[in-house]
Write a protein that binds this ligand. Structure first.
Ligand code: NAD
Length: 314
């Protein structure tokens, strides 16, 4: 088997590429990335090839069609900084490129599993269901919603190929630190506390998000690949947790006692509450989150080299 992972130098893509090599040792895994937000250090331990290119270029996909054959494409590459305001570039890279990728997958008869986002829901009413509340509040969320619509329209025309969109909620875990300011709040708060600083939160830290650990996201991708279903599915834990709770968990595991420093939120738009409805993912993908926030943070801290108190409060 041959797999292509776009955005494979990034946080999720690099983990996925390594997980594919582990699960399918005879397969060849290729990564396509332009290293705009990814980092080669994420690829230490990856043994496949890297293709360095801009995935928004149609010519690239024509060249790939002629020179390669893939059984599945895991499309993770995107502009992932949700504060980017360049609407045209965001749409070209995130949304328009999907048309070229779908066309290539049709040519190869390959499965396509692509990353969508909870950004499609904006601040609509939770719990968020796949077919409801599609009210993105920024161009990033709009670009991801456009991807889902392109995919669904394509499937109507070409039901012979399998296409799965996975709407990740807030993902955290090893490999995200190269994302800098766009890394998860879990990582940002951990860094601040490790540097001996008080953790900083927007007033009053009670905003809640559905945080999902990288291992659950990787498993959702593998389930999508192994199954035969097409469609768009939420990938999350289904349980919203507050930023204050993250600080409490980190204090407990790191053996610290930091108090939060609260400040005003500078953004016009901010997702205050996200919670996924997972019924569709459970029913059709067989997806079940395995990591609670406590279990995910514990595993993450261990992989960051922290030694923690015995498992008492998970
Ligand atoms: N991390 C999250 O919480 C989260 C939540 C929802 C959705 N997603 C989606 O998951 C996917 C992976 O995100 P991530 O968190 O790993 O982010 P990331 O920024 O670490 O990864 C994105 C990768 O895409 C590459 N890339 C960007 N533009 C490219 C281009 N034009 N050509 C080739 N490569 C390009 C980057 O260099 C990077 O390696 C993205 O599609 C993102 O929108 C992530």
């Amino acid at each position: 088997m041959r797999f292509l992972v776009t955005g494979g130098a990034g946080f999720i893509g690099s983990s996925l590429a390594k997980a594919l090599e582990k699960k399918y040792p005879k397969a060849k895994v290729y990564i396509l990335d332009d290293f705009s937000s990814g980092h080669f250090k994420n690829l230490i331990g990856f043994s496949g090839e890297v293709i360095t290119a801009d995935l928004s270029k149609k010519e690239l996909w024509e060249w790939l069609k002629t020179n390669f054959q893939f059984d599945a494409v895991f499309h993770q590459g995107a502009i992932t900084d949700t504060t980017v305001q360049d609407q045209r570039r965001m749409m070209e890279v995130n949304a328009d490129s999907l048309r070229y990728i779908l066309d290539a997958c049709l040519h190869w008869k390959a499965k396509l599993i692509y990353a969508s986002s909870a950004g499609v829901y904006g601040n609509s009413k939770p719990p968020m269901k796949e077919e409801e509340g599609l009210e993105p509040e920024n161009i990033y969320g709009f670009s991801k919603l456009t991807m889902d619509r392109i995919a669904i329209n394509f499937l109507e025309e070409h039901p012979e190929i399998q296409v799965v969109g996975l709407r990740y909620f807030n993902v955290y875990g090893p490999g995200e630190h190269y994302k800098g300011k766009t890394a998860s709040m879990i990582y940002q708060l951990y860094r601040q506390m490790k540097e001996g600083k008080r953790p900083r939160l927007f007033k009053w830290g009670e905003q809640k998000r559905d945080f999902v650990y990288i291992e659950d996201v990787i498993r959702a991708n593998l389930l999508a690949f192994e199954g035969n279903i097409s469609g768009v599915f939420n990938v999350a834990t289904g349980i919203p947790r507050s930023f204050n709770e993250i600080v409490d968990i980190l204090n407990r595991y790191l053996g610290t006692n930091y108090e939060v420093e609260y400040f005003d939120c500078p953004y016009d738009f901010y997702q205050n509450f996200t919670q996924a409805d997972l019924s569709k993912a459970r029913e059709f993908l067989g997806y079940e989150p395995l990591y609670s926030l406590e279990e995910g943070i514990r595993d993450y801290l261990e992989r960051l080299g922290e030694t923690m108190s015995p498992k008492k409060d998970d």
